[in-house]
Design a protein around this ligand. Sequence first.
Ligand code: CP
Length: 325
Amino acid sequence: MKGSDVMATEAVELGHVPQSWTRRHLLGLEELTAEEITLILDKAVVFKRLMAEGRKKLQLLAGKTCVTLFFEDSTRTRTSFMLAARRLGADTLDFSASTSSLSKGETLVDTAKNIEAMGVDVVVMRHRTPGTPQLLAQNLACSVVNAGDGPHEHPTQGLLDIMTIRERRGSLQGLTVALVGDIAHSRTARSNIWGLKKLGAHVIVCGPSTLVSPRWAEVGVEYSYSLDDILPRVDVLNLLRIQFERQFSRPFPSVREYAHLYAMNSERLARTKHDILILAPGPINRGVEVTPDVADGSHSAILEQVTNGVAVRMAVLWLLTGNRK
Ligand code: CP
């Protein structure tokens, strides 16, 4: 097949970026509609299939440039955004904050404007301070994607988690999904909560009382301090890491005690539904939130989440920039 034929096939399978998609930025799932979330997931399914068919060099974003601007460490998000952009045919640039002129007093907005002036179409940003991607979105003409802003949101993580559940279960409607662990400091929890609820799932947040606010009930989210109590009725468990780097004081006496009460292990697995789905956004701390046998066992979709992350990020980059000059 000639290059132009391959491109034509992709265009037929994906269609154009629909008129209904009007967003320039992806800053959080709280602001998206169920239809917008479903559109991203549907397109991600197409991209995943194209990748599985070996069509890993698409030209849909040829001539576009994507820059990753990460002020916090990352393995999965940064790498998969780079891969997603390259697989769409875009040029990529990985900005190194530690060796940049930020150390000379340049503001974040000035730094971003200078990068944009080099002809960048989309900035993918991670920052420890909530609202930083929103600040850039207000100041730049190009698209901005939030790749995690402190404990606020991590929309593409929420999307890839939801894609993995939908892939395994067909629909989110009526499922009970428990987010277990450090809800207080988790951007993944927030993005999951908004996305899951919009698609019809019942959400439970579960963990120590120091990390799970009862105020989640005000937005229709159930809360529980006992994993053992909720285990028999959940369809999906998403096991979140304890974010020690965001905590000012220890929220529980010891990691050992946390693991005793909340680690998903084979004994707890035996008390779940037979088709329980185990997710974890990563990085996982083996033996803390999940034991190795469960993380690597047949109910786990942890690496499938990572695979889906590339497809979701391809869909997001294509929707945000595919129609723009
Ligand atoms: N899940 C996630 O955001 O992983 P990274 O921090 O490695 O990007």
